[in-house]
Ligand binder design. Structure first.
Ligand code: FMN
Length: 199
């Protein structure tokens, strides 16, 4: 089984990427046989979707294929999404425009929303309402919100991190692994030729 953890921040040394690394360790603790792919959309310089592909040849000719095949071979996804201006980060939407060849088709996804303050709810509702139609990502019913994210550091949390958060993260990661396992057979039913876009 392979899980891709995708950081959709627009910032260098982002909290999203830091959290992505912590989540990877959490999953390894649960099952050390799982393979990973880590995509940091900032560090990997994933451009915004555009029809003017000549502007970034290196990405559109080469890099996109490499990332796409990593995503294709994944069985489940964790999307770490920061709240920017009360919205999901633009990269969290851009992800589904750029990689729209079935990479996410009917595969489970866990949304992990982060905020440096008390936000974090909007990216969840935004992604749940508008990212799945053509990507067909299957968001699992659990999600995580890490508020006061700078204080989140397992084993050494700041005062503003509730003590139940780690066990909820463990629970949600466990569920994602099981959804990834149990949804695998559904790939045999996929008909992207006739139904690549949702209604
Ligand atoms: C452009 C911008 C807008 C932001 N807007 C919000 C917001 O609406 N709500 C919130 O809780 N935090 C907001 N923040 C704070 C982010 O939650 C915080 O900086 C977080 O660390 C960003 O994640 P990142 O480091 O992965 O980019 C904003 C940050 C930036 C850079």
């Amino acid at each position: 089984m392979k899980i891709s953890i995708i950081s959709t921040s627009h910032r260098k040394n982002s909290e999203s990427f830091r959290i992505a690394r912590i989540l990877k360790k959490e999953i390894v603790k649960i099952n050390n046989k799982i393979d990973f792919y880590n995509l940091d959309m900032f560090e990997n310089k994933v451009p915004f979707w555009t029809s003017e592909r000549s502007e970034d040849n290196k990405f559109w000719d080469k890099e996109i294929k490499k990332i796409s095949s990593e995503l294709f071979s994944s069985d489940g996804f964790i999307i770490v999404v920061p709240e920017y201006g009360g919205m999901a980060s633009p990269n969290s939407k851009n992800l589904f425009l750029i990689f729209n060849n079935g990479e996410f088709f009917h595969k489970p996804g866990l949304i992990v929303s982060i905020s440096s303050g008390n936000g974090g709810a909007y990216p969840i509702s935004e992604l749940r309402s508008s990212s799945y139609k053509n990507s067909h990502i299957t968001w699992i019913p659990e999600n995580i919100i890490i508020r006061n994210v700078q204080q989140y550091s397992p084993g050494n949390h700041g005062d503003l991190i509730p003590n139940w958060l780690d066990s909820r993260i463990n629970y949600s990661c466990n569920l994602l692994i099981k959804y990834s396992e149990y949804l695998m057979p559904i790939q045999k039913l996929i008909n992207r030729k006739d139904f690549s876009n949702g209604m």
